[in-house]
Ligand binder design. Sequence first.
Ligand SMILES: Nc1ncnc2c1ncn2[C@@H]1O[C@H](COP(=O)(O)OP(=O)(O)OP(=O)(O)O)[C@@H](O)[C@H]1O
Ligand SMILES: [Mg+2]
Length: 228
Amino acid sequence: MPNQRPIIQASALTKRIDSGAHTVEILRGVDLAIPQGQFVAIMGPSGSGKTTLLGLLAGLDNPSSGSVILDGTNITGLAEDSLARIRGRKIGFVFQSYQLIPTLTAEENVLLPMELAGDGADPGRARDLLRQVGLLERRRHYPVQLSGGEQQRVALARAFAMRPPVIMADEPTGNLDTTNGLLVLDLLIELNRREATTLVLVTHDPEISSRAGRRILLRDGLIAADES
Ligand SMILES: Nc1ncnc2c1ncn2[C@@H]1O[C@H](COP(=O)(O)OP(=O)(O)OP(=O)(O)O)[C@@H](O)[C@H]1O
Ligand SMILES: [Mg+2]
């Protein structure tokens, strides 16, 4: 769709960390516009700034300079409570380490973002998502009763719970074996397609990135390549 406003617009993003004696420049000026619905893979060597960039795009961290506009709102410099509210509605996260709440069942984990947003839980939505990731029968299980791949499938369902316009995933298959990693990835891509979400996926795996509509290569804190 031409002329549509990007869902994420990052301009001249830098991130520096001052540690007394010297300054580490993690990001050195990143410009990036992501259209709604795009599946973007972010690649690059370890330490190139992928996780830092994702954190800035999500407002989990503040840039040293530059700005991020998320779905029309400039989130740079917003107070943490406003940021948290925007994040909760706009972004679903999938982490390498699942990050489920151990004292909640699978279903309760998926309901949690809705409860935190104060919208009231929608058990039908939670069950539909758990069904889509093949875990409806396990919805009353606690995370320790689930395998790594199953836990990550619950985390996928949780990420989509609020129907956020954007899903961000940082090496979501990094802790899984090849078979389970591929299963989780297929589910993520399929859910993303079905829900018409924007997917920003950090990955080291060229096979995974080959399935993305766009590949961005970070090197030393700069975009070294950007190909569709
Ligand atoms: N809080 C911090 N203080 C100092 N240096 C940091 C901090 N956070 C990140 N860095 C450094 O910034 C660089 C980029 O880190 P980042 O985690 O974004 O890399 P990455 O591309 O995600 O790497 P990986 O593939 O290993 O996950 C690294 O050199 C890291 O050591
Ligand atoms: Mg990282």
